[in-house]
Design a protein around this ligand. Structure first.
Ligand SMILES: Nc1ncnc2c1ncn2[C@@H]1O[C@H](COP(=O)(O)OP(=O)(O)OP(=O)(O)O)[C@@H](O)[C@H]1O
Length: 268
């Protein structure tokens, strides 16, 4: 799979500029700004209700931003329709998994390839010129990802029959198949057992290192975040209260207060 760095290195891959979102009287996001550089693993953390999911949903164009803007690779996201997200290079996983449960692992990953090559899908359907090349390229990429994600033993099994942790890897495969530049991971550690959790950290780093994919993750699991993130952004009540390396945010007084003030775990 090709690495997708057509960025000069100075332009952030993702620039979130003063976004605010309201739900009635609730200010879910209040003027949040931060950037993610190409190749970074950036974690978005904060207590329950801090606005993390709302921000992810703005990025996926599920919610419109009330004010402010988001630029991806220098291009304003608001100008693009939602169905173009995979096409421009933003992929994501969901807390409750986005998979075709009655299909096999291989077919789920293959569907991910098609979500990028929209035209390829129609070419294949109508047997237009170029269809065979796209199909064989998709099959090759699917095989590569199945190996990368250690899914070979279950490649021809139906997804619904597999353990949750394995299904989560299939979902990652589906997202990676679309060759994203930016991968949004929504609580990837949620529901994983101890062993799976350990390999998840390594896997996320491998995704960045091997494919050059930039990662933005929302995660409550602090030891995972602190172990893999280059940069951590902390939200509380819709505001950004800190941003920096794991070491910097861990010792930030407002972060300590936000986590100790409620019944949440310490960010240590
Ligand atoms: N669709 C919605 N309608 C009304 N209020 C909402 C909606 N989505 C989120 N909110 C509110 O916006 C605030 C931020 O919620 P959000 O889900 O973004 O927080 P979060 O940081 O993702 O929390 P968690 O860690 O619990 O998932 C909360 O007060 C929440 O109740």
């Amino acid at each position: 799979m090709a690495t997708h760095h057509n960025n000069d290195g100075d332009t952030p891959l993702l620039a979130i500029d003063g976004i605010s979102v309201r739900f009635g009287g609730i200010v879910a996001l209040d003027g949040v700004s931060f950037t993610v550089q190409p190749g970074q693993i950036c974690a978005l953390i904060g207590p329950n209700g801090a606005g993390k999911s709302t921000l992810f949903n703005c990025l996926s164009r599920i919610y419109p931003c009330g004010s402010g803007g988001i630029a991806f690779n220098g291009e304003a996201l608001a100008k693009l329709p939602r169905y173009r997200m995979a096409g421009i290079g933003i992929g994501r996983t969901f807390q409750n998994l986005a998979l075709f449960r009655s299909m096999t692992v291989r077919d789920n990953v293959l569907m991910g390839c098609h979500s990028r090559h929209h035209a390829g899908f129609f070419r294949a359907m109508f047997r237009l010129p170029g269809a065979e090349r796209i199909e064989s390229e998709s099959a090759r990429r699917t095989d590569e990802l199945i190996t990368f994600l250690d899914l070979e033993p279950v490649a021809d099994r139906v997804v619904a029959d597999l353990p949750f942790g394995t299904q989560k890897r299939v979902e990652l495969g589906r997202a990676l198949a679309a060759e994203p530049k930016l991968l949004l991971l929504d609580e990837p550690a949620c529901g994983l057992n101890h062993e799976e959790l350990h390999s998840l950290g390594e896997l996320i780093c491998a995704i960045r290192d091997r494919f050059g994919i930039t990662v933005l993750l929302v995660e409550h699991h602090m030891s995972l975040v602190m172990g893999i993130a280059d940069k951590v952004v902390v939200l509380n009540f819709g505001r950004k209260i800190a941003e920096g390396t794991p070491g910097e945010v861990r010792s930030h007084p407002e972060v300590i207060q936000a986590y100790l003030g409620g019944d949440h775990a310490q960010p240590a």
